[in-house]
Design a protein around this ligand. Structure first.
Ligand code: DGT
Ligand code: MG
Ligand code: MG
Ligand code: MG
Ligand code: MG
Length: 255
């Protein structure tokens, strides 16, 4: 029964339910974090504490949305993968996207003071998008794409900031020095000029952060006890097959 003559306007709302049986990925990304990082004096190229703020916000999202099976964060972005058969919010796209994006933003702001010395100068915000992947292969390729992105950027940025901060090159000179170089060249430059073995740099910077749900035994529990579920950060390679063999539960392949 219509309560008022105005109620017909509800009919203008669109049905945005996502089709069944596809992987739902939500990726959020910081708005103009180039500027945000400068304003808040992030260390270059990686600010460990700022990355912790991102990871804590990612964990906050996964604690609230139980159907997220994997989170993946690097730089100013986080991707969240929902179970293929999730019925959260009846798979309504706008609800899923806005809840995840706003919860990430508020969690980011709430955990900021625990990790950062400097108070927030202004309210950070994040954009969000939904991407649907029909096959496990598509999903793996998506995550591989994001991890390859952090590898390429981090290797470049590490070399760039070494040249600027330690060799005294201008930004432009450093850019010129690196123009056209391959990964192997940048590895070699880091090793020869700065004594750095890139592969020994912190894995969080090179690989990003993967958040998975795992059962962890609590102290004093016997082995019968299945333990408590925790969200565990990993900094592993997810491009190779080994990761997926080790964590079959992500794709719903229980062994
Ligand atoms: P957007 O996303 O189009 O609004 O613009 P940005 O500036 O957020 O660009 P994006 O997302 O492509 O790149 C992320 C920026 O965030 C990049 O310029 C470097 C900065 N950033 C992220 N993490 C760190 C960090 O740990 N340290 C520093 N210094 N900068 C960081
Ligand atoms: Mg961008
Ligand atoms: Mg951004
Ligand atoms: Mg970004
Ligand atoms: Mg309401």
């Amino acid at each position: 029964m219509a309560c008022s003559r105005y109620e017909y306007v509800k009919g203008y709302e669109q049905d945005d339910r996502i089709l069944p049986n596809v992987w739902i990925v939500i990726r959020i990304d910081g708005k103009k974090f180039h500027k945000f990082a400068n304003t808040h004096k992030f260390e270059k190229p990686n600010d460990e504490n700022a990355l912790h703020v991102m990871n804590v916000a990612g964990i906050g999202v996964m604690q609230e949305f139980r159907d997220i099976v994997l989170g993946y964060g690097q730089s100013d972005e986080y991707s969240f993968v929902f179970r293929k058969d999730t019925d959260a919010f009846k798979r309504r796209a706008a609800k899923l996207l806005t809840y995840v994006t706003s919860l990430f933003s508020t969690s980011y702001v709430m955990s900021w003071p625990k990790w950062m010395q400097q108070p927030l100068a202004y309210a950070p915000c994040f954009d969000g998008r939904i991407i649907l992947y029909p096959s496990d292969e598509n999903l793996r390729d998506y995550l591989s794409w994001r991890q390859a992105d952090v590898h390429v950027n981090n290797l470049y940025n590490t070399a760039f900031w070494k040249l600027v901060l330690e060799s005294g090159l201008s930004n432009q000179q450093a850019e010129q020095r690196l123009r056209g170089t391959l990964s192997a060249d940048k590895n070699e430059l880091l090793y020869q000029q700065f004594g750095i073995n890139y592969n020994n740099m912190p894995a969080m910077y090179r690989k990003g952060t993967i958040l998975l749900r795992k059962r962890v035994l609590q102290f004093g529990q016997d082995e019968q006890d299945k333990g408590r579920q925790a969200i565990v950060p990993l900094h592993e390679d997810l491009i190779g097959a080994e990761f997926w063999r080790k964590h079959p539960e992500i794709l719903g392949k229980y062994v």
